[in-house]
Design a protein around this ligand. Structure first.
Ligand SMILES: CCCCCCCCCC(=O)SCCNC(=O)CCNC(=O)[C@H](O)C(C)(C)COP(=O)(O)OP(=O)(O)OC[C@H]1O[C@@H](n2cnc3c(N)ncnc32)[C@H](O)[C@@H]1OP(=O)(O)O
Length: 161
């Protein structure tokens, strides 16, 4: 994606989102949610009140130990889900610090439910937390992160020169 395409989608992404709405992917090749990334998780995320929710099944592309999702893949999904809270807070931010607690192995081919929320905002700082549960409601992973809001020019650093 070039700078012009990225900026063109900016206002559309950060418009107010109704409760229950499916939220837009960060961009089409995003590892967490981009529909056109063949290696990606293709997360589909909805607003539920002041939270964002997703359902996810890890597959063989995400394997760590046999039959079990790689911890980095789990962190990717949690980090990307945090990125959806930005549609509720209204502007871009990036992960400064991410902590993941792995409570149980995440089994490939199994459905998990994820939810994330903002704990508090202090100036540019956004403190967020998320949990991932199996369909019975048992916690399998949780995460806490600090996001820092950035200006759109932050993303110039990754644009082709
Ligand atoms: C289309 C939307 C795009 C969104 C996509 C979301 C995708 C999912 C999320 C991601 O994967 S984001 C990608 C991974 N993250 C990055 O690439 C970020 C890389 N890091 C940076 O670019 C810079 O470190 C960053 C912009 C985050 C911050 O640099 P700054 O120079 O702007 O911040 P600075 O170091 O001055 O810190 C700002 C404030 O935060 C404070 N701070 C920093 N780290 C802290 C910490 N760990 N705990 C508490 N406070 C902290 C710091 O003390 C300071 O406080 P004060 O304003 O009060 O002085």
């Amino acid at each position: 994606m070039n700078r012009e395409e990225f900026l063109a989608s900016w206002n559309e992404k950060f418009r107010p989102q109704e409760d229950g709405a499916q939220l837009p992917p960060h961009h089409h090749h995003c590892l967490g949610c981009g529909p056109d990334n063949p290696h990606g998780h293709h997360l589909t995320v909805h607003r539920r009140g002041e939270e964002v929710h997703a359902t996810h099944i890890f597959d063989e592309r995400h394997v760590g130990a046999p039959g079990i999702a790689h911890g980095g893949a789990v962190a990717t999904v949690l980090d990307d889900l945090f990125g959806y809270l930005l549609y509720l807070t209204g502007g871009p931010a990036v992960t400064r610090q991410l902590e993941v607690l792995y409570a149980s192995p995440v089994i490939l081919g199994t459905t998990y439910r994820l939810a994330a929320r903002v704990l508090r905002a202090e100036g540019r700082k956004l403190y967020v937390e998320a949990d991932m549960r199996d369909v019975e409601g048992s916690l399998v992973a949780s995460a806490a992160a600090l996001f820092l809001s950035v200006d759109v020019t932050h993303f110039d650093q990754g644009m082709p020169r």
